[in-house]
Design a protein around this ligand. Structure first.
Ligand code: UDP
Ligand code: MG
Length: 317
């Protein structure tokens, strides 16, 4: 049985690029159908993320002309991650596999063939990983590198150089649907879902038209969301800082007492230094403890699934 594929494509104010890339997606779909990789009822699902230009009109006319094109529209702009999730959740009951890809033509559509082959080989998740960042500006390259380093240091597990170009099977999507959190960082959530996964490498090109919808402000907020929604390590750092300052203040106290003995202090200095060091350390340690509990509450409140079963043995009858 050939799997039914839904391509999920978020679009926000993309009137300049959509007329150029929509035919490319369709061509890729047809070519995979011709190779018998995917079924005839595979579709291309555009998700309009509350665009203020004519993007939705373009999607509607594409869908009117060609039955392979479908569209859904969000009531307002909610951001890329939410748009992708909306599309994936819409598709999960209609297909066997989804591939999410940006609509600007930067990601090489040809890599989809390898993704589907990996799925047919038993992988439920296939990450599209860019093999180089030559087309990015130096700034974007170094900042992206720093971003992955920081995420990993903060205990968030993400695939290096993978954005949101990936194949997810319907089975893995059913599990992803159990993650009820509102602050989304799909790159970190998909690895948490588990299942057999692999990576496929591709070259990322320049945007075909239009401008990036990810200015520095949005990139920083995504990075911050990534860290805070995947890890409570920043809170734990407060405890570590408290311990460190307790050690330092102990040294400070010894120094203050020694200075007093040696007689080169004014009256009251020793006790002042003592109080400042002691209270500083106590406060930080207490904040750290409170932080630990807040971290626990935060993780609990997300209501993430406690287990996900990937397979069951067939019953023998
Ligand atoms: N996008 C979206 N909502 C937003 C911002 C972006 O759906 O609020 C979509 C956009 O249309 C594109 C994808 O997310 O398909 C990636 O955006 P972009 O190419 O501008 O980001 P970059 O590649 O520059 O990081
Ligand atoms: Mg782009």
């Amino acid at each position: 049985m050939k799997p039914t594929l839904y391509m999920v494509i978020p679009c926000y104010n993309e009137e300049a690029v959509l007329p150029l890339t929509a035919p490319l997606f369709l061509e890729q779909l047809r070519s995979m159908q011709a190779q018998e990789l995917i079924s005839a009822d595979s579709r291309i699902l555009f998700v309009n993320d509350g665009s203020t230009d004519t993007t939705w009109d373009i999607i509607r006319s594409l869908a009117a002309e060609e039955s392979a094109f479908l569209g859904i529209s969000q009531s307002r702009n909610r951001g890329h991650q939410n748009a992708v999730l909306a599309g994936l959740m819409e598709a999960k009951d209609l297909c066997d596999i989804t591939i999410s890809i940006d609509c600007d033509g930067q990601d090489d559509v040809a890599a989809m063939e390898e993704m589907v082959r990996q799925y047919l080989d038993g992988c439920e998740v296939v990450y599209g990983v860019r093999s180089s960042r030559d087309t990015d500006s130096r700034f974007k390259r170094t900042s992206a590198h720093g971003f992955y380093k920081l995420l990993n240091a903060m205990g968030a597990e993400v695939v290096y150089n993978h954005a949101d170009y990936r194949l997810i099977s319907a089975k893995a999507l059913q599990a992803l649907a159990q993650f009820k959190e509102v602050n989304l960082f799909l790159r970190g959530m998909v690895p948490l879902v588990g299942f057999k996964s692999t990576s496929v490498y591709y070259e990322r090109r320049e945007r075909l038209a239009g401008e990036s919808k990810y200015p520095l402000r949005k990139m920083l907020s995504l990075a911050f969301d990534g860290i805070t929604s995947l890890s409570v390590k920043p809170l734990r750092l407060i405890s570590a800082l408290g311990m460190l300052s307790a050690v330092i203040s102990l040294i400070g106290v010894v120094w203050a007492v020694l200075s007093k003995w040696l007689g080169n202090t004014v009256a009251g200095w020793t006790s002042t230094v003592f109080v400042v060091c002691f209270l500083g350390a106590v406060q930080l340690i207490c904040l750290g403890i409170v932080g630990e509990y807040i971290g626990k509450i935060y993780m609990e409140i997300k209501g993430r699934p406690r287990y996900i079963i990937s397979e069951r043995t067939e019953s023998k009858e």
